[in-house]
Design a binder for this molecule. Sequence first.
Ligand SMILES: *Cc1c(COP(=O)(O)O)cnc(C)c1O
Length: 415
Amino acid sequence: MSFLKDFDPDIYDYCVQELDRQTHHLEMIASENFTLPAVMEAMGSVFTNKYAEGYPFKRYYGGCEFADGVEQLAIDRVCQLFGCSYANVQPHSGSQANGAVYAALLQAGDKLLGMDLSHGGHLTHGAKPSFSGKNYHSFTYGVELDGRINYDKVMEIAKVVQPKIIVCGASAYAREIDFARFREIADAVGAILFADIAHIAGLVAAGEHSSPFPYADVVTSTTHKTLAGPRGGIILTNNEEIAKKINSAIFPGLQGGPLVHVIAAKAVGFKHNLSDAWKTYAKQVKANAHVLAEVLMSRGYNVVSGGTDNHLVLLSFLDKPFSGKDADAALGRAGITVNKNTVPGETRSPFVTSGIRIGSPALTSRGMKEKEFDLIAHRIADVLDDIDNAAKHQAIKEELAKLAEGFILYHQPTY
Ligand SMILES: *Cc1c(COP(=O)(O)O)cnc(C)c1O
């Protein structure tokens, strides 16, 4: 990093401060993770200089022979990882990937059925502020008060709505998604089934969550959440017709030049995901989330759906005198980073909420196991039990910073 330090000390300084923050805080935002140093090196590589519009061996620019090798390797690895035939590794983000799926398969105004944002769905699943709710006629399904999807109800809604596409997958849902059941629903109404596995992809890749294949017609994911790769998106399918439409929707439909340096980093990430170590990691992610849920329930907190099948825990404070926003702020004072989240039966606005979402992937990447998660879950409960006690929060922050120092970021760059 000496080039950056010499040339731009201001940005260098922010990097140093951010590394310090990442080192000493406990990162428990369910959508975040720590990637490998090898992934970061590829992201910072010479491929950032290269234009490669088009696809491997079919480019609009010269000098793409090495970019072709990179992108083809990323495609081959991700197809092996998820057991599918076609992949587009160019989406700049998960939202771009979803936009391409709609652009490829829908006309403006077509009916889309997705999970309600306030019930755990994503903005791009038809929420009104998103292009997905503006350009398409969107309808939603949600969860019951027990925090679970009622598949019979989704079937009823689908039969009334008659959507062109059904989106399954979520951003704040702690239970296994039944892709086979969604296939039945899609078949009953002649809809395309689109699975967005942005949150659970790392578990799916390890066999720790059921796969959307062979059920879904098309699958998208981010690469930076449970997959622990670089920030970006992917689109997968077994259907050649859909694959062709997706490729045209990404380029020239929505994007220009691909981020070849990020595609190189995606390939490195997929190599990591294909290793035996990955299976061990994914198992540990689930075991750690399980400890969080069990301890918080034993301390009198309401875990939505009564537990977790994946990497996240949703806590509801509907029975408590404080909001998700209050809890988020108090935990922040104690050095624990989470996010406020709406919960089933929500009574507050999305800016306040009555819950928080807590995830295990990032701290698991730092090497923490059940023992540490047990302690952290107790400290979370200690903070929430005494939500106005700033002095106590500060003391917990100091204790947890010491704990965190014992799990130094293994990819620590040499600033
Ligand atoms: C995070 C997420 C996305 C969007 O990913 P970005 O890279 O932030 O655009 C899409 N779908 C789901 C379900 C997500 O959780």
